[in-house]
Design a protein around this ligand. Structure first.
Ligand code: 4AD
Ligand code: MG
Length: 473
């Protein structure tokens, strides 16, 4: 039986549990954890009748198997506890060198020990919630008639056109085959062409939306951008729904409903881990100066998002607000907003969300030239039907758009951006055969886990983060 189940038991019985010792106090009380829940079960050892040798081996981090009787707890803090009848040490842990001591560790230290950090309350709670959120994502789409699609991880295209890709190659790096012109000859490469790790499954998802109707992909994506921030990973998981016959307004409705639904799911089903993280964050906030503290506690914030409408406004309206904002006028922004057309930096997004509206914001109708090639051009000829969803403390959570469904307009756009038609012939085919309005978005899963758990660094919500200069484990 798992400790999670045991702690809810009301019938007193003989039990057997296996787990790792968190602490061993007074040669008598073991706090045992098996990862199934935040809570430990207290196991009371009869030290007078246990071999000295065994007692010495009950150390923090050791794996043990315990048999005993489940009884109503005599002490405070738990309903039941185990009176140990026999204990077997499955795996010793050297108390001198075990990194996860029963005390507070810095997240930096735990990142260096990421293989053991899920033996702490914080990281086990975060990773159980990550798992729950992943389930909630699949549940939401399944319940709403979407089909899950596995888009390829190795591709020959750059969906976002940003050129931030990791090359996949089996060519000899020191001595690659060359063409007559002296360029690397990718016809000799493994796939007979130049390939890379995908930056997004969107383009392939579009092909399935245009046949299966409503689809989503949820898989790893890779970006070779050199941004060492608390919100960027080189390898992250993205959720990308794509829907035929849906326009930008429908896309915003879908994204908002989806986000509220998955947050509601964890609020309803994972209160224990959330309450722990709520308290953790509250304690951490108390160490900050008053002005920097968050106005809401974690759970309050999650409920606020599920219960209130997101604020929707156009890029043009946002620029007006930013131009007239205090930090812009007082030149407090690093990038001063001078005119329409400026790309929004995270400082601007955060101002809108955290200072101005104080709620999630959906910005739409961005200037065409700061967005990807596939977005639907508006009738004004200068904006596209794009939308970004901005969250407090996170910035951009979602990026999506209605897709350009008109063959000629799409071809023109690709020509301007030097995207060869031969590379995306199949993508253009969708516009030749039964084209229709369709839309979708991408949500960075780790940013969702950050928001849900209140963790401030994206490296702490994925098991083994990949970032520039770091691919340990
Ligand atoms: O805005 P992005 O680049 O959009 C796309 O890739 C579209 N093809 C999605 C679509 O329409 N199907 O990325 C989508 C989201 C961002 O809003 C952000 O949450 C996350 O992916 N994201 C990252 N998360 C972690 N690390 C990075 N380096 C990220 N880059 C984007
Ligand atoms: Mg984006």
């Amino acid at each position: 039986m798992t400790i999670s189940k045991l702690l809810k038991e009301t019938t007193l019985q003989e039990v057997e549990v296996k787990g790792w010792v968190r602490t061993f106090r007074a040669n008598r009380f073991i706090a045992l954890n098996d990862g199934s829940t935040l809570n430990n079960i207290q196991c009371v050892v009869d030290f007078e009748n246990t071999a000295e040798e065994t007692l010495k081996r009950i150390t923090t981090g050791a794996a043990v198997s315990i048999k005993g009787e489940l009884i109503e707890s005599q002490g405070k803090g738990q309903n039941v506890e185990i009176v140990v009848s026999s204990i077997e040490i499955l795996g010793d842990s050297d108390p001198e060198t075990y990194p996860i001591q029963p005390k507070k560790h810095s997240f930096e230290f735990l990142r260096e020990n990421a293989h053991l950090r899920t033996r702490t309350n914080t990281f086990s709670a975060v990773m159980r919630l990550r798992s729950a959120l992943s389930f909630a994502v699949h549940k939401y789409f399944t319940d709403n008639g979407f089909f899950n699609m596995h888009t390829p991880i190795i591709t020959g295209s750059d969906a976002e056109g940003a050129g931030e890709m990791f090359r996949v190659s089996t060519l000899d790096q020191k001595n690659p085959p060359l063409t007559d012109e002296g360029a690397i000859d990718h016809s000799k490469n493994f796939f007979g062409k130049d390939t890379n790790l995908t930056v997004s499954g969107q383009l392939e998802a579009e092909t399935y939306a245009m046949s299966l109707g409503k689809v989503y992909t949820f898989g790893p994506t890779f970006r070779a951008e050199n941004s060492n921030t608390s919100r960027h990973l080189s390898e992250f998981w993205m959720i990308e729904p794509e829907v035929a016959f849906m326009d930008l307004a429908g896309n915003m409705d879908l994204a908002e409903d989806f986000l509220k639904s998955v947050l509601t799911y964890v609020l309803d089903h994972h209160a224990e881990d959330l309450e722990f993280l709520d308290q953790r964050l509250f304690d951490e906030e108390k160490t900050k100066p008053q002005a920097e503290r968050s106005e809401m506690r974690l759970i309050e914030k999650l409920k606020f998002v599920t219960e209130n409408n997101f604020k929707r406004l156009s890029y043009t309206e946002a620029i007006d607000i930013l131009k007239n904002s205090k930090p812009n006028k007082k030149k407090k922004f690093n990038y001063i907003i001078e005119e329409w057309g400026a790309d929004l930096q995270s400082e601007h997004e955060r101002f809108l969300v955290e200072k101005h509206f104080k709620c999630p914001v959906i910005l739409f109708d961005y200037p065409a030239n700061i967005k990807a090639f596939y977005m639907r051009l508006n009738e004004d000829g200068k904006t596209v039907r794009a939308m970004d969803i901005l969250f407090p403390g996170i910035g951009e959570m979602v990026g999506g758009s209605q897709r350009e469904e008109r063959l000629e307009v799409l071809k023109e756009k690709m020509a301007v951006l030097d995207i060869p038609e031969e590379e995306l012939w199949w993508y253009l085919d969708l516009r030749k055969y039964g084209t229709a309005v369709h839309s979708g978005f991408g949500l960075g899963f780790e940013r969702l886990v950050m928001f849900t758990t209140g963790m401030g660094n994206i490296r702490d919500v994925i098991p083994y983060p990949r970032t520039p200069q770091n691919a340990e484990f």
